[in-house]
Design a protein around this ligand. Structure first.
Ligand code: HXC
Length: 507
């Protein structure tokens, strides 16, 4: 037979994975195949495959009679809008995408190349877990992948797409990556499944309830986003990828932009309502600041009292953290502190500047917060801001009270530019609470009068501005222009923390 034809035949066979029947079964579940997913994720024709003919080496349980080419995972590299990325995509049609020794080796190979060449890794997970026939060899394969997830963390961005089962110890590889996206109704993640839960804790719960996309985006915060189907998840991953640098020594990408840096937004002058207790939507401010109103939100469904995500200013990526007065009055609590801290640390690891928009009345009080360890969790955000050496620009729109004022990228945590709108109230606590303590035991009328006095004296940005904690009180309508100029002036910022092996962030 013509040797070229033989290669073509072998390739065609490998591309079929587990065969037409299993591909049809995959499609009938609303899922794409491993290769279809790669085709949608990467630029057309850019995929270079590795190890297409790798086969497992297991001889137990008659396994040597069936050695499918590729061994249940498709690996290689390609480009997204011209920028390089390494990819692995588990093929559920081949032994349920289960992880054998050789399957693990294929993933490790592309992770090593990604670190060596400074390009992100995107892992598409769709697997029944450890290849049961291979026993401990399969566990070892997972262990080798885990180690690479850890080594690569903070070196190249790692993104996990969960597009089918991901259970048992297998969840710990995605867990150590920077972003996890799930597909609604066709993916789940849990350490122990519904059957074990029933046996051990007597709970009756479906796989979807225990570890579906809704659970992990709303309750556990394990996942950063959930999408309707594979196609949407892959398209949104491309969109996220465009915001990210390729590695920790690269600069965040700068795209051509079509927005006016000096754009004035008159509507922002009336964004903050006259009544300090009336909420407003902080997302409106983010959208009005961002180039072309484009905001890529991370963890949109979890801890909605804080917003996190990426925008561009003058075409360059900026991470945004913003209190959301619409939810819990924008208070900080355990969940919002954890969410924002992890986001700030990602930005700092990959040299993405951070914009912080502040309207925070303080930390949420109560036993559930204290028993849940709000002291340590709140400290995570404080710590994350304080250790971040990327350009940091902060705008206070309204309240910045107490400890939360310090935490939210204040001047004291080495923010570079701290701006305040004229509507800002920067104080140790709200006027009424402060007056009740200072004038304890006085009549209600007296308290009311003193509260008004306190407000007039302290509920403004000027006391902080007098001390230099606020660099400038700015007009809301010119916020975009001011922060664009601030970040532009910080492009060559260089600061260093003292040498340490690593820090000891409160966990
Ligand atoms: C070998 C597996 C497999 C596995 C699935 N298959 N999981 N083969 N090892 N872990 C095979 C099936 O035999 C079947 O082969 C094909 O994949 C498709 O599986 P189905 O069961 O038909 O699919 P479905 O009904 O969709 O169910 C999917 C599933 C189920 C829920 C994932 O297959 C399942 O429960 N698998 C076992 C899960 C498991 O216990 N894994 C080990 C967990 S321990 P054919 O030839 O019929 O197509 C673990 C530890 C990791 O992962 C630790 C890391 C440190």
């Amino acid at each position: 037979m013509d040797i070229l034809q033989e290669l073509e035949d072998r390739r065609a066979d490998a591309r079929l994975g587990g065969g037409e029947k299993r591909i049809a079964a995959q499609h009938s579940k609303g899922k794409l195949t491993a290769r279809e997913r790669i085709d949608l994720l990467l630029d057309e024709g850019s995929f270079e495959e590795f190890d297409m003919f790798v086969a497992h080496r297991c001889t137990d349980f008659g396994m040597d009679k069936d050695r499918p080419a590729g061994d249940g995972v498709v690996t290689g590299w390609g480009t997204i809008n011209g920028r390089m990325v390494y990819v692995f995509s588990q093929d559920f049609t081949v032994m349920g995408g289960s992880v054998s020794e050789t399957h693990g080796k294929k993933i490790c190979k592309i992770m090593d190349l990604a670190m060596q060449n400074g390009a992100p890794v995107i892992g598409i997970n769709d697997s029944g877990g450890a290849r049961i026939q291979e026993g401990v060899a399969s566990l070892a394969a997972y262990g080798d992948v885990f180690q690479r997830n850890i080594t690569a963390s903070g070196v190249v961005p790692q993104i996990s797409l969960i597009m089918g089962p991901c259970a048992g110890g297998a969840v710990y590889s995605p867990a150590m990556t920077d972003f996890i996206f799930m597909v609604k109704d066709s993916s789940y993640m849990f350490v122990t499944g519904p059957d074990v839960a029933k046996t051990v804790t007597n709970e009756i719960v479906t796989a979807e309830e225990l570890g579906g996309a809704s659970t992990h985006t709303r309750k556990s915060s394990v996942a950063d986003g959930a999408f309707e189907n594979d196609v949407e998840a892959l398209a949104e991953t491309r969109r996220l990828f465009d915001f990210l640098p390729l590695n920790n020594r690269d600069q965040p990408p700068v795209r051509p932009f079509f927005d006016d840096v000096n754009r004035i937004e008159e509507s922002l002058d009336t964004l903050v309502p006259a009544n300090p207790n009336t909420p407003y939507d902080m997302k409106e401010l983010i959208l009005k600041i961002a180039d072309e109103g484009d905001f890529y939100e991370i963890q949109a469904e979890f801890a909605k009292n804080i917003l996190t995500g990426f925008i561009r200013l003058e075409g360059a990526t900026v991470g945004v953290v913003a209190n959301q007065p619409m939810v819990l009055a924008g208070c900080l609590d355990i969940d919002s502190s954890r969410k924002a801290a992890r986001f700030v640390r990602f930005c700092d690891a990959f040299e993405i500047p951070v914009l912080t928009l502040v309207d925070v009345p303080g930390f949420l009080p109560g036993t559930s917060q204290e028993y849940g360890g709000v002291i340590k969790h709140g400290a995570k955000l404080l710590y994350a801001y304080g250790e971040a050496t990327v350009p940091k620009v902060t705008v206070i729109t309204r309240k910045a009270y107490g400890g939360a004022y310090v935490v939210m990228a204040s001047k004291h945590l080495q923010a570079d530019f701290n701006y305040a709108w004229p509507t800002s109230e920067i104080a140790v606590m709200g006027a009424k609470g402060a007056t009740e303590i200072i004038h304890r035991g006085k009549s209600p009328e007296e308290i009311a009068a003193r509260t008004a006095e306190y407000e007039a004296r302290f509920a403004n940005p000027f006391v902080a501005a007098e001390k230099g904690f606020i660099d400038e009180v700015i007009m809301p309508h010119s916020t975009r222009k001011r922060i664009c100029r601030a970040f532009a002036s910080l492009r060559s910022k260089k600061t260093q923390m003292p040498w340490k092996k690593h820090d000891n962030i409160p966990l």
